[in-house]
Design a protein around this ligand. Structure first.
Ligand code: JFZ
Length: 408
């Protein structure tokens, strides 16, 4: 098989899905920690977990029509609740009123629609009795549980055992997102990292079970790609061995889990720009949705996805297979490039002309991607080259494009 990074860097755009017990609280996936909910309070969501409208085919359709090519679902978040019928804990979906595994229908739906399958898996676990309590841990109301010796080696076994289940029971898994290490962050957090997770051994097992899988970098040791979270890097990432494969994960409204009363959504325009900005910097975008406790993507999120899809239908050629350009883009613009095709993205529509430094004599033809209409090229006049370097003028070598005044 070819290098899995090839599909990943080509496809550029995926859907993140945060879904679990916290979707019933409907106020952020960290609700147990943020509100210091007791285990008994949180148990109410377990006792009522019954997503009667769970139809993963619909999620996958929404992803695919937005132009996303892979989907990443939370198999277990920090609360420890498992979305599959694991042998290693009772804290799992099959013991809720819903009573059935959620992962198999999900992977089947992705495959049926030709999308790559990704799993998110939390390293942090607020439920497991052997996970040593630290500053990120919500309170335990059970004094026995608090006092019990917490032996991380037991938790490590559990973690490895669950990852083994995930990578042996559901066929080919293309992508794995572990979350997250916080060793040395602060004393109060009581950091945990590669040592606690047994990261070397864990990744060796992952690669043995799924040789073509891509794994992220949050186990505390290097993986196949890095995961800037809720920010866009300043430019392409490079390391000693050349370009670093990266993927920004972004929310629609600042929350990963369904957050009912939060309407602070990014505009469709901003979402499209985040995607372009990433590709222009040689990276991917993993855009999150948090389905409701019944299993639906809420209408505002749905509308955002549809708006991206409308843009992608006309412009996907400037995303798939594209990466950074060696040419510096003008102000308020981004370039994406695929071979000798250069795509200019205008983040603010200029009046009539846009100047492209360094491109004089280097462009054969220009057109709007959305309607194939020709864009006229105004090459600099060689006899006026001196004039062109006047202050306020354009530097020599600048190509000018004549744009429609009204944005089509
Ligand atoms: C983590 C989770 O805590 C969060 O709920 C969500 O699942 C997100 C995708 O990942 O959040 C993080 C993880 C790492 C950092 C910041 C937030 N970090 O390294 O700065």
């Amino acid at each position: 098989m070819s290098d899995p990074k090839t599909w990943f860097r080509h496809d550029r755009f995926g859907m993140f899905v945060h879904w679990g017990l916290y979707s019933l609280a409907a106020r952020h996936e960290w609700v147990k920690n943020r509100e210091q909910l007791t285990d008994a309070q949180y148990q109410q969501y377990f006792d009522r977990f019954s997503p009667d409208l769970y139809r993963p085919r619909e999620w996958v359709w929404a992803a695919r029509s937005a132009g996303m090519r892979y989907v990443v679902l939370t198999t277990k978040h920090h609360d420890g609740f498992c979305l599959w019928d694991t042998d290693l804990t009772d804290y799992k979906v099959t013991n809720t009123p819903y009573g059935r595994d959620l992962l198999e229908p999900f992977v089947d739906a992705c495959r049926a629609e030709g999308l790559k399958v990704g799993f998110y898996h939390s390293l942090i676990d607020w439920h497991h009795p052997s996970f040593p309590i630290d500053g990120l841990h919500p309170q335990r109301d059970d004094e026995d549980a608090k006092a019990a010796p917490r032996d991380i080696t037991k938790y490590r076994q559990y973690l490895h055992g669950q990852v083994r289940e995930l990578l042996t029971r559901f066929g080919t898994i293309d992508y794995l997102f572990f979350d997250f290490s916080y060793a040395g962050r602060s004393h109060t957090w009581g950091g945990k990292g590669a040592g606690e997770w047994g990261a070397e051994e864990l990744l060796a097992m992952v690669r043995e079970l799924q040789p073509d899988i891509l794994v992220n970098d949050r186990t505390g040791i290097p993986g196949d790609f890095v995961t800037p979270e809720q920010y866009q890097p300043a430019g392409p990432m490079t390391g000693p061995d050349g370009p670093i494969t990266w993927e920004a994960c972004q929310t629609l409204n600042g929350s990963w889990g369904y957050d009912r009363d939060n309407f602070d959504y990014k505009s469709p325009d901003l979402l499209v720009r985040m995607l372009i900005d990433g590709v222009a910097k040689d990276g991917n975008l993993l855009l999150n949705v948090g389905p409701t406790g019944r299993g639906l993507i809420d209408p505002v999120a749905q509308a955002g996805l549809e708006a991206i899809g409308d843009w992608m239908r006309l412009n996907e050629r400037s995303i798939y297979g594209c990466g950074a350009s060696e040419h510096p883009a003008p102000a308020d613009c981004r370039y994406t490039q695929n071979g000798d095709r250069l795509y200019l993205h205008l983040f603010s529509w200029p009046f009539k002309h846009v100047h492209l430094p360094g491109l004089a004599g280097r462009v054969q033809y220009a057109q709007l991607l959305s309607d194939a209409s020709e864009i006229r090229l105004l090459e600099p006049d060689p006899e006026r080259a001196a004039e062109n370097t006047q202050p306020g003028g354009q530097p020599a070598g600048t190509l000018t494009l004549e744009l429609p005044v009204r944005r089509p």
